[in-house]
Design a protein around this ligand. Structure first.
Ligand SMILES: [Zn+2]
Length: 274
């Protein structure tokens, strides 16, 4: 299957906005800040001072630290990445867009889902984002997002939703570079849907091949309950000898194989019940 790859810096006005000059005070400090805001929400401030927020469900989220339930406390936002079109991931987007006018990145397929029929809805999630073609990005598998000094590959891994995004990107820790896979959607909360389960299985197999080829040695989830993030952060704070998020390439590949095996077990259970 051919994978379409595009460079966002050539896409047009919306993307070009990200190449604006770095903000000097932050750039001089030459640091990247990753601030985890509970459950799925993460704020990344790049070396050039650009702010990316992933899955900003904050105000009604019981896991959000109290000071960040007020979205004004987040400060400015240049870009929001929504891993998939469920409200515990896009919640908060409508407010942040009206306040800071960031671009919103979601897969083409999941943008369509928010425009047609939501799979789940709750009064706590706010309204799904409304695509503004001049500002937002509807991405396809393999698209790369260049935001200042950070390059993120957007892998579409269908299953949890039809257009779930699982980004891959480099990080540095203690002078070493590691490659990260953020798995964008885990649960099978769509019932007896064999083709959808198969798409999830296929996605785990494809990402296992990519993980092996690219030497991905960190796998994180967009739900902290699935990857032990809270315990790992606590270990880091206590001065763990090695970074517990760096689990090694074999463990990442095996993790994806286990996730695929869970998908197969669920698929076969439904097939046996027929
Ligand atoms: Zn979900």
């Amino acid at each position: 299957m051919a994978i379409e790859r595009r460079d966002f810096l050539k896409l047009g006005a919306g993307a070009l906005a990200f190449t604006l000059a770095a903000e000097r005070a932050w750039a001089q400090a030459s640091k990247i800040e990753v601030l985890w805001l509970g459950q799925s929400a993460t704020r990344i401030t790049t070396v050039s001072g650009k702010v990316i927020v992933i899955d900003p469900f904050l105000t009604q989220n019981p896991k959000t630290p109290a000071q960040y339930k007020n979205l004004d406390a987040l400060g400015k936002v240049d870009l929001i990445l929504v891993t998939h079109a469920h409200g515990d991931h896009y919640g908060g987007v409508d407010y942040l867009v009206s306040r800071y006018h960031p671009s919103v990145v979601m897969s083409e397929v999941d943008w369509q889902q928010t425009e047609e029929k939501l799979e789940f809805d709750s009064q706590h999630w706010g309204r799904p984002p409304k695509d503004d073609p001049g500002r937002d990005l509807r991405v396809k598998d393999g698209d790369k997002l260049a935001l200042g000094d950070v390059s993120v590959t957007l892998n579409v891994t269908p299953g949890h939703t039809h257009g779930t995004i699982s980004p891959t990107f480099d990080v540095r820790d203690g002078g070493r570079t590691h490659r990260v896979l953020l798995w964008g959607g885990t649960a099978f909360n769509f019932g007896n849907d064999i083709p959808r389960l198969q798409s999830y299985i296929d996605a785990t197999e494809r990402m296992a091949r990519i993980a092996k080829a690219e030497g991905i040695d960190v796998m994180i989830s967009n739900h902290a309950g699935y990857d032990g993030a809270i315990d790992k952060l606590a270990a880091l704070r206590k001065g763990a000898a090695s970074n517990p998020f760096v689990i090694g390439n074999d463990a990442v590949v095996r993790g994806l194989q286990v996730m695929g095996a869970c998908g197969k077990a669920q698929r076969d259970r439904y097939l046996l019940e027929k």
